[in-house]
Design a protein around this ligand. Structure first.
Ligand SMILES: [Mn+2]
Length: 430
């Protein structure tokens, strides 16, 4: 007897992984958890017979030779954990993309930082040329798309994307994938979202936009989707929502799309877990009140979200400056000679304007170039402090569509940061 198991409240990656395990290990049975996420449940209602799933654990524990544990590494997350632990003759193979150590001790494991657990199993399926039916391909695609945010999340790897291509070749149906990934929000979810939008506060922490909300709930609601949508609407780098139930318990959900904000580390303080990008924690009344939890999250965010490089690390220095009386013709010559695209205009050591090559190129008549810079320069120049993060500079440039930001400290221009610097930063070339 060989069994594939996964975590309770199974999502598509969990279900995909145990079904894929039955392909990788001939003779293995996938033990489907009783608790499934609602869209997984709807998908299975339609595809009940397409997969070889066992719905309850009926094997004699001593007869189990192999256990493939997929997409989780903690016994408390696995249904039938008590019976499974009695499978003393079973060799445990662990397939997972959660890197923190759990209490399930495998004799063999394939644990990697990758978008979806199913990608790890698909590696074997492709290598061994194991046949995949269109229904299986559709399910695997759902797992892959759900866990990678349709191949957009930070931890998505080139191999995840290649696996998606492979699954399409096997007849995976994108129409079904889209249908089951986007399930309609229930009335309760909508109410929770309205309440969250009204109550949540936004913070700027080390140049990042963080939303933190406290919401009281009086009934069972699938909250992860609500938090996801909230994060999307406010365009936050990270969000944390403390849900408080009538019995004084707390359910905290965190989401982050910033590689420097690790949700798992922040929620560990409340006994939670998950990924760097998504996690949750359940806390009892001993955690205090919701406001105290919010304060603790904020403290932890200030401490744990690395500020990243600052403007002074990458600004150009020294800055070539000209006076407002410099002729435009001369300004253009200076830029050409120095290979720069903008000049800072200063008068008695004070920033008074900025002129860019782009501005000059708009002047078509030659005689206009005999006029002083002050006739054409921009006077409403946005500046940034040397201690600001490069991220803040990037936001400002994108928001205001500007190519050059003079770096100003105590009223003096100490450097300049350009669009090219920002692009280099965004692409990690520094
Ligand atoms: Mn997963």
């Amino acid at each position: 007897m060989q069994i594939a198991v996964t975590h309770k409240d199974a999502d598509f990656d969990a279900l995909s992984s145990i079904v894929a395990a039955t392909l990788v290990y001939p003779g293995m049975v996938a033990l489907c958890p009783n608790s499934l996420q609602s869209n997984v449940q709807q998908f299975l209602a339609l595809h009940k017979t397409a997969f070889n799933l066992a719905r309850d654990f009926s094997a004699e524990p001593a007869s189990v030779r192999k256990l493939a544990v997929c997409d989780c590494n903690q016994w408390r997350q696995v249904e039938y954990a008590d019976q499974l632990k009695q499978c003393v003759h079973a060799e445990i193979n662990l397939w997972d993309h959660h890197l923190h150590a759990g209490d399930i001790v495998p004799s063999w494991s394939c644990v990697e930082s990758i978008g979806a657990t199913v990608t790890l199993l698909l590696r074997v399926i492709q290598k061994e040329k194991i046949a995949v039916s269109p229904q299986e391909a559709t399910l695997f695609l759902l797992g892959l798309y759900e866990d990678t945010g349709q191949l957009s999340f930070d931890r998505t790897t080139p191999e995840d994307v290649r696996s998606a291509a492979f699954l399409l070749e096997q007849g995976g149906d994108l129409g079904l994938v889209v249908e089951f990934l986007h399930v309609a929000y229930s009335e309760e979810q909508k109410r929770a979202l309205y309440r969250l939008m009204r109550r949540a506060r936004q913070y700027q922490i080390n140049g990042r936009r963080i939303g933190i909300g406290i919401v009281r709930i009086d009934q069972h609601v699938k909250l992860a989707m609500v938090v996801q949508l909230y994060a999307h609407i406010i365009d936050a780098d990270a969000v944390f929502v403390v849900f408080e139930n009538v019995r004084g318990g707390f359910f905290i959900i965190g989401r982050s799309k910033d590689p420097n904000i690790d949700v798992r580390i922040i929620l560990q303080a409340f006994g939670g877990g998950g990924h760097a990008g998504a996690g949750s924690a359940v806390a009892g009344p001993e955690a205090g009140n919701a406001t105290a939890i919010r304060e603790q999250i904020l403290t932890s965010l200030y401490r744990n979200s690395a500020a990243g490089p600052v403007v002074s690390d990458m600004m150009s220095f020294p800055v070539t400056t000209i006076s407002p009386d410099t002729l435009l013709f001369d300004a253009e010559t200076i830029m050409e000679e120095q290979g720069i695209h903008a000049l800072v205009v200063e008068e008695q050591g004070r920033l008074t304007g900025l002129i860019s090559l782009w501005d000059l190129q708009k002047l078509t008549l030659c005689k206009q170039r005999n006029r002083p810079v002050k006739a054409f320069m921009r006077r409403d120049v946005r500046t940034i402090a040397p201690s600001a993060t490069v991220r803040e500079a990037a936001h400002m440039m994108v928001r205001e569509d500007i190519g050059h930001l003079p770096v100003v400290e105590a009223g003096r221009v100490v450097g300049i940061i350009t669009r090219t610097d920002i692009v280099k930063y965004l692409y990690g070339m520094l």
